[in-house]
Design a protein around this ligand. Structure first.
Ligand SMILES: Cc1ncc(COP(=O)(O)O)c(C=O)c1O
Length: 349
């Protein structure tokens, strides 16, 4: 099937709003330049050896401590370093989803994940999202009827709506999935980017059944081009994902793993995260002010409490695809909402 996502993802324009990308000026580029040089001069053979398939040992230890700060308990043994969240989702899909298997996704959701599950031949069922995240009452019905193999969710600063799943719903989701032995995939690119209050605890930190695969990304806080993400899961679920990683690429590049190592748990990182939150909040407020003062009647939007996404609903007389063609003439791109719906089309977001 045609990939909607790929079509919108790579389109460098003057104002590029079609993927959740951070302004490079807000990321620690200078630091990395120095760190990469340092790593190579201290360890010139780094480029001539294979790293550990599971990820660099030191990095997995640092990541375990890093995840603890978000309430996720893990050991270096059950952490897998991947080449970004995108690969993590792909590994999960290759491992657990085959043709006809039912996958539940939020509607709307992250288009890059839709393409992956579609590519596996999954039957995708959707559950709508409201201001408190996935509608658990609807999920309950879907699960009773279809017993999905996988439930894919972005509970914190959801892509694309920006909403946060409430603690109550997180607990309900865990109970429902646990009772039917479904795997929950918790995709978490943005939980560190909160503007006021910290988001509720992760699903993974309340995982009693061992059926949550927690995916954490670093592209939104450190460096998208390092292509590093981490995944933690337990038991045979973890072992199967590790085998899939070996089949996919024999491990992520060592150079970038070593380069981020000193940063992960440093004071520099804590300061950087604080500054990032402030800078992005200022940008969010500016975007909201502009929307308030410039948008025509009938346009509404969510007010994200964190993350990078702003979800705008248009009145019925504005078609988002036509608006995009007009915007492109001014070298502005955005992602039409229809790309975020696994099933059916909505042309007013
Ligand atoms: C919800 C979500 N999942 C996954 C990804 C992919 O991230 P990565 O750069 O870590 O592969 C993104 C990037 O925008 C995202 O927003």
């Amino acid at each position: 099937p045609r990939s909607q996502f790929a079509r919108y993802h790579i389109a460098p324009q003057k104002v590029h709003l079609s993927s959740s990308m951070i302004d490079p000026k807000l990321l620690p580029n200078r630091y990395f330049e120095h760190e990469v040089q340092q790593v190579l001069s201290e360890n010139p053979e780094l480029l001539s050896i294979y790293g550990n398939v599971q990820g660099d040992n030191q990095l997995r230890s640092e990541m375990s401590a890093y995840l603890k700060r978000s309430g996720v308990t893990s050991t270096p043994e059950n952490i897998l370093v991947t080449s970004g969240l995108q690969q993590s989702i792909d590994l999960v899909a290759r491992t657990f989803v085959g043709p006809g298997d039912v996958v539940v996704m939020e509607a709307p959701t992250y288009p890059g994940a839709i393409d992956i599950f579609r590519g596996r031949g999954a039957t995708i069922l959707t559950v709508p999202v409201d201001k408190d995240g996935m509608r658990i009452d609807i999920l309950q019905n879907v699960c009773e009827k279809h017993k999905p193999k996988v439930i894919f969710t972005i509970p914190t600063f959801h892509n694309p709506t920006g909403v946060v799943m409430s603690l109550k719903r997180r607990k309900q989701l865990l109970d429902i999935a646990g009772s039917i032995h479904s795997i929950i995939v918790e995709d978490d690119p943005c939980s560190e980017i909160y503007f006021e209050k910290k988001p509720p605890v992760t699903l993974k930190s309340m995982d009693q059944f061992g059926n949550v695969i927690y995916l954490r990304g670093l592209s939104k806080t450190i460096a998208p081009s390092c292509r590093i993400g981490i995944l933690t899961a337990s038991g045979s679920i973890f072992n199967r994902l590790l085998a899939a990683k070996a089949n996919a690429d024999l491990g992520s590049p060592l150079l970038t793993q070593k380069a981020i190592l000193p940063l992960i748990n440093s004071k520099r990182m804590i300061d950087h995260s604080k500054k990032l939150r402030t800078a992005l909040k200022i940008r969010r407020d500016l975007a909201l002010d502009l929307l308030t003062s410039l948008s025509p009647e009938g346009v509404s939007w969510t007010i994200p409490e964190g993350g990078l996404n702003l979800w705008i609903s248009l009145p019925s007389w504005i078609d988002s695809h036509l608006l995009l063609s007009e915007a492109k003439k001014q070298q502005i791109t955005f992602l039409p909402g229809s790309a975020c719906y696994p099933v059916g089309q909505e042309n007013n977001q």
